[in-house]
Design a protein around this ligand. Structure first.
Ligand SMILES: *[C@@H]1O[C@H](CO)[C@@H](O)[C@H](O)[C@H]1NC(C)=O
Ligand SMILES: *[C@@H]1O[C@H](CO)[C@@H](O)[C@H](O)[C@H]1NC(C)=O
Ligand SMILES: *[C@@H]1O[C@H](CO)[C@@H](O)[C@H](O)[C@H]1NC(C)=O
Ligand SMILES: *[C@@H]1O[C@H](CO)[C@@H](O)[C@H](O)[C@H]1NC(C)=O
Ligand SMILES: *[C@@H]1O[C@H](CO)[C@@H](O)[C@H](O)[C@H]1NC(C)=O
Length: 390
């Protein structure tokens, strides 16, 4: 890099960011940047900012379709959740939608028809022709439905799904299949993206017995290496994010463990939004057995060290929380989603809605604005995710 900068200064030769990636010859794995595809959506429309420089994301989290199909109230919840999606999409008209995990209450579904719930969930997105992608949650991983099965079905039935499965070399190594990124361009004709949306699989699930599919409830440590390799490849092809002005935003269903420490210091003026879910065992990644504490640290460290201009990290999972707060150890903004689904646990007064995130410019120095929008249109907990935020 220094060489490159000097060359650029001394000769006015355009500086090409061709940094050879140092391969560790002792590494047991055959992983390399060669397997990372920088144009993963050759057959789909390019995602772009609008002409006015904005880009709007709406997050539907914890939809929990398929609860108690043997009763009336379960299917009725799903009718309500679909109504909410239609209402919100009609008025918000987002450029992109994120389904941030727990799409399905997998422990209630039947082997023979569990994927038809995916058809139901994506139907409003198909109808409004809105590009979207998903993360997957602990409830999406049960003997009768898994993350991989949901992804496969989504790709079959939703032409505008940008969800991807983890790279082939990650198969069987515990990555969680839904680990990928999506590029957003300022203009469709641009060579390089100006915003990267990152999606991580926090795995989980609690099934037992012979057919158990349950996995640890944190992003696997091996994902740290995937982040490092991916960022290296992006940097060498497109230039380092901080030099060329590439921003990032990240989504993961279960909040990183450090989020647990934020709750005690919330200031409802600075960090507005419902705070009704006390974080404890099971609320954040690796928060169960003491032996597992800190197991999400390699992921969290790599994300924050490697991905520059990271506007924030967005999670669901804890249905009674909506707040944002700056995470001081990494100096990164964390935000909860809003529980969207009528399925899943709730309490009177929590209600249902979405988190909107509006980028006001492709320039990563301009932080996005974010707020909660309820089903009835009421909005609250608006903050700007920039350096001035607490
Ligand atoms: C569905 O939504 C209606 C209207 O908000 C509500 O009265 C009803 O209780 C909801 N039903 C379920 C099962 O959540
Ligand atoms: C999975 O589906 C099968 C077949 O419909 C059903 O018998 C079984 O109870 C389901 N298992 C769970 C854990 O829900
Ligand atoms: C799925 O299958 C179960 C058991 O066969 C049935 O009770 C349920 O109504 C079915 N659900 C859907 C959405 O078809
Ligand atoms: C495990 O799955 C198989 C195949 O679907 C099924 O026949 C069997 O009953 C399941 N066992 C348990 C303990 O659920
Ligand atoms: C909470 O935030 C407000 C607005 O920034 C500030 O005036 C107030 O002092 C803060 N309260 C505490 C206890 O820090």
């Amino acid at each position: 890099m220094l060489f490159c900068l000097l060359l650029g200064v001394l000769t006015t030769v355009p500086c090409i960011w061709a940094i050879p990636l140092a391969q560790d010859p002792h590494s047991a794995s055959s992983r390399s940047t060669e397997t990372i595809e920088l144009n993963p959506y050759a057959n789909k429309p390019r995602l772009t900012f609008r002409k006015d420089g904005t880009f709007k994301i709406t997050v539907f989290s914890d939809l929990h379709y398929g609860e108690n199909p043997w009763d009336d109230w379960g299917p009725e919840q799903d009718v309500n959740s679909t109504r909410l999606m239609n209402t919100v999409l009609t008025s918000e008209k987002p450029d992109y939608v994120v389904l941030n995990g727990d799409l399905i209450t997998g422990e209630n579904t039947f082997r023979e028809n569990s994927t038809t719930l995916i058809d139901e969930i994506v139907s409003p997105l198909n109808k409004f022709k809105i590009p979207f992608s998903s993360t997957h949650g602990n409830h999406d991983n049960e003997p009768n439905i898994t993350h991989a099965e949901e992804i496969k079905r989504e790709l079959q039935v939703a032409p505008l799904s940008y969800t991807r499965a983890a790279p082939a070399w990650a198969d069987g190594e515990g990555y969680g299949p839904g680990t990928y990124w999506v590029p957003v361009y300022t203009k469709a004709s641009d060579r390089n993206p100006s915003l990267i949306l990152w999606f991580f699989d926090s795995r989980g699930g609690f099934s037992e017995g012979a057919n158990s599919t349950s996995l640890p409830d944190w992003v696997d440590a091996a994902v740290a290496e995937w982040i490092e390799l991916t960022v290296a490849k992006m940097n060498s092809a497109w230039g380092p994010a901080d030099k060329v002005g590439r921003g990032s935003l990240s989504f993961v269903h279960i909040p990183p463990h450090v989020v647990q420490d934020l709750q005690a210091n919330l200031n409802s003026t600075q960090d507005p939004g419902l705070n009704a879910d006390e974080l404890g065992e099971g609320s954040t990644q690796a928060s169960g057995e003491a032996a597992n504490l800190g197991k999400d640290a390699p992921f969290w460290d790599a994300l924050n060290a490697q991905v520059l201009n990271l506007h924030g990290v967005i999670s669901g999972h804890d249905h009674g929380n909506e707040w944002c707060k700056r995470e001081p150890t990494k100096n990164v903004i964390f935000c909860f989603d809003k529980h969207a689904g009528y399925g899943g646990y709730s309490s009177p007064g929590w209600g249902h809605g979405v988190r909107n995130i509006v980028f006001r410019s492709p320039d990563p120095k301009v932080g996005p604005e974010t707020w909660i929008r309820m089903e009835d249109g009421e909005t609250h907990a608006r903050i700007i995710m920039d350096s001035s935020y607490n």
